[in-house]
Design a protein around this ligand. Structure first.
Ligand SMILES: C[S@@+](CC[C@H](N)C(=O)[O-])C[C@H]1O[C@@H](n2cnc3c(N)ncnc32)[C@H](O)[C@@H]1O
Length: 630
């Protein structure tokens, strides 16, 4: 179904719109309370935009003065900043000189937020300015008062509207029981606006079930309909939609699905082996690139708004002054915290975004073993290491499960694991239909083997490290908490520690009846809808003692067998997360084929889908027979 089509028709209020009214009301309350307790207001010290003094650059990351002016007001309206939250929106950036210094404590401070003049209720009292007495002195105050009143009226009107919606008779959102399948499959239920409206209505019901649900209807019925609508509207398989939906509350799930329809901002990482961020920013701005720092949490990242030159082909790019890298991808390296002169292993390294960052954090000293089992992909790893001048990198090509047999005793190991990619759906929409239940059995199995190898490859007595960082660009619990929890159980000689990352949601300590070690809350989750970054997961371990596994010569095959045996014994995957069943899988494939035909504008009724399905079924059967034989 074309997502563009939905925008042509009058859309119902979105979750964000409803949320905005709530936020406006809360902000207003907050401002009013603050102003009551605030000190008497001082005159704003803000200098006129065109009369600014040249700023003295004190910090090496500070932005230079005199860069061409960028219309940040316009840009801010168009693009959402990374890791911005509603409070950050109050920090207005007008020129590059006004950019908050990275690492500057004032960036997020309450001081800065209070800097905006506030019109308090207290000031209203005794300030009854009559029309005829308006003069140059009280004009500004009077105009603010009018603005306040208008805002108050607008809020009340919006609230009334929302309340009115809640008070209406309970709507019959689901098809009547006697309509059965037919009611669910009429032409209207495929209309995008209708489906969107129904999704919104179901979410409202689910969040206030007692008061809004239709009598005789269960929660499960609403959820079932909502998931079908999600599949219809966003184009997921039922299996994946359900899996992702279960991670959130209904309204947050909708925000997540919506965020997957929007590309994340383009970001670059300054290569500090070659340049400084302020110099890079200056050079790029001179070439007509609109940019700004990603946020206070990184001193090397820049967000690109738009550019008159291709960002992947500027002279600075070719000279290795920066690398195009997703913001979330900085996080595992920051958690790993590489130190100069260490020996570090990057187990699954291609194409090298994280390896080259590790190398830069080590200031080109020590050694980074950058390994990847895919030989073709190691070519780009070598190319990136060359371009960025990472002279301390050694590229190798092993199945990482062979470590520490290949080499061990590292100060730190990064395992940026191969994963299902459910955090990067906005980049690769094919994930919506290509992931099967089998993937969520096989991928975590590999991740578990790799993580045990990572742990065994670290020197518990390292003077500076003894650290393992595990990360994925997937948001599913099977690939994240379940893998980490498994490693904690299998290797009691490691413990989870704080990632040191200022942002991110806590990892789950329980999920759908399965309980994990309480320390799993130290791990960090990132979602596209909360931080405007790719979905990501980061866990940091400290190895506290050596174990016999550290010197084990077990190779990939033995490790695979052992993890499979563990899982069978624990019944973990099969019962908790991804029941694998040929029939169910076939149905999913059928739906996918039909949807894919529809997307191509082909009516599935005119195609012998059954024959295609038969072929797929035969392939599935053959694949599972081969697997069993193995
Ligand atoms: C998420 S990507 C790594 C991205 C990389 N860390 C970066 O930042 O550019 C996962 C990588 O794991 C590699 N991989 C898959 N199975 C592996 C294995 N058994 N051993 C080593 N690498 C493996 C894949 O070839 C892929 O390049």
């Amino acid at each position: 179904m074309g997502r563009r089509a939905k925008n042509k028709q009058g859309a119902p209020p979105s979750f964000e719109e409803i949320q905005k009214v709530k936020e406006k009301r809360e902000n207003k309350k907050r401002r009013s309370t603050e102003s009551k307790t605030a000190e008497p207001k001082k005159k704003s010290k803000k200098k006129p935009k065109h009369d600014k003094p040249v700023k003295v650059v004190e910090d090496e990351d500070e932005f230079p003065a005199g860069l061409p002016e960028v219309d940040y007001d316009k840009l801010a309206k168009e693009k959402k900043s990374l890791f911005e939250d509603s409070e950050d929106e109050e920090v207005r950036v007008e020129t590059l000189d006004d950019l908050p210094d990275v690492g500057d404590d004032e960036y997020d401070s309450d001081e800065a937020k209070r800097a905006k003049p506030i019109f308090s209720d207290e000031e209203d009292a005794g300030d009854d300015i009559e029309m005829e007495k308006i003069n140059a002195n009280n004009m500004e105050k009077y105009s603010k008062m009018l603005d306040e009143e208008a805002e108050e009226e607008e809020l009340e009107a919006e609230e009334e509207l929302l309340e009115g919606q809640n008070e209406q008779p309970r709507p019959k959102i689901l098809p009547a029981l006697d309509e059965g399948e037919e009611g669910e499959d009429n032409a209207q239920s495929h209309d995008v606006t209708f489906v969107r409206t129904r999704m919104l209505e179901i979410v409202k019901v689910l969040e206030n079930f007692k008061n809004l649900a239709e009598e005789g209807r269960s929660r499960a019925e609403y959820i079932d309909r909502l998931i079908k609508d999600i599949c219809e509207y966003y184009g997921y398989t039922q299996f994946l939609a359900e899996k992702l939906f279960n991670l959130f509350t209904p309204s947050e799930a909708m925000e997540f699905f919506e965020a997957n329809e929007v590309r994340r901002p383009i970001t670059i990482r300054t290569n500090t082996l070659r340049t400084r961020r302020r110099d890079l920013a200056q050079a790029l701005v001179n070439r007509g690139v609109n940019l700004q720092p990603i946020g206070p949490w990184t001193k090397v990242g820049l967000q690109i708004f738009d550019s008159q030159v291709p960002i992947g082909a500027t002279p600075e790019y070719l000279a290795g002054h920066y690398i195009l890298q997703a913001a979330s991808s900085f996080l595992p390296v920051m958690a790993l915290d590489p130190h100069p002169n260490e020996r570090i292993l990057d187990m699954a390294a291609a194409p090298g975004g994280k390896t080259t960052y590790i190398s830069a954090m080590m200031k080109g000293t020590g050694v980074v073993f950058a390994n990847d089992s895919n030989k073709v992909r190691t070519t780009s790893l070598v190319a990136n290491a060359h371009r960025l001048g990472c002279e301390n990198v050694i590229v190798c090509n092993y199945d990482a499960r062979e470590f520490p047999k290949v080499i061990g005793g590292f100060d730190r190991v990064l395992l940026d694991a191969p994963c299902s990619g459910t955090g990067v759906i906005s980049k690769d929409q094919s994930i919506k239909v290509s992931r099967t239940p089998k993937d969520f059995m096989q991928i975590p199995q590999l991740q578990k083997q790799l993580l045990l190898s990572a742990i065994d490859s670290v020197n518990a007595h390292s003077e500076t490290g003894g650290v393992i960082t595990y990360s994925t660009c997937s948001v599913t619990v099977e690939e994240d908490e379940a893998v980490v929890d498994y490693a904690l159980r299998k290797r009691p000689n490691v413990k989870l520690v704080e990632t040191g990352l200022a942002i991110g949601k806590n990892g789950f300590t329980s999920y759908r009846g399965k309980t994990f070690h309480t320390s799993l809350s130290l791990t960090r989750r990132y979602f596209p809808h909360t931080y405007n970054v790719d979905g990501f997961y980061v866990a940091k371990f400290k190895k506290i003692a050596s174990s016999p596994h550290d010197v084990s010569k077990a190779g990939a095959k033995e490790k695979e067998k052992s993890v499979r045996a563990d899982e069978k014994e624990e019944g973990l995957i099969f019962h908790d997360f991804a029941k694998f069943d040929d029939k169910e899988d076939t149905d999913i494939m059928k739906e996918s084929i039909k949807r894919s035909l529809k997307r191509k504008g082909i009516n599935p009724k005119g195609v012998n889908v059954d024959r295609q399905l038969k072929r797929i079924e035969e392939n599935i059967k053959k694949a599972s027979e081969e697997e069993e034989e193995e």
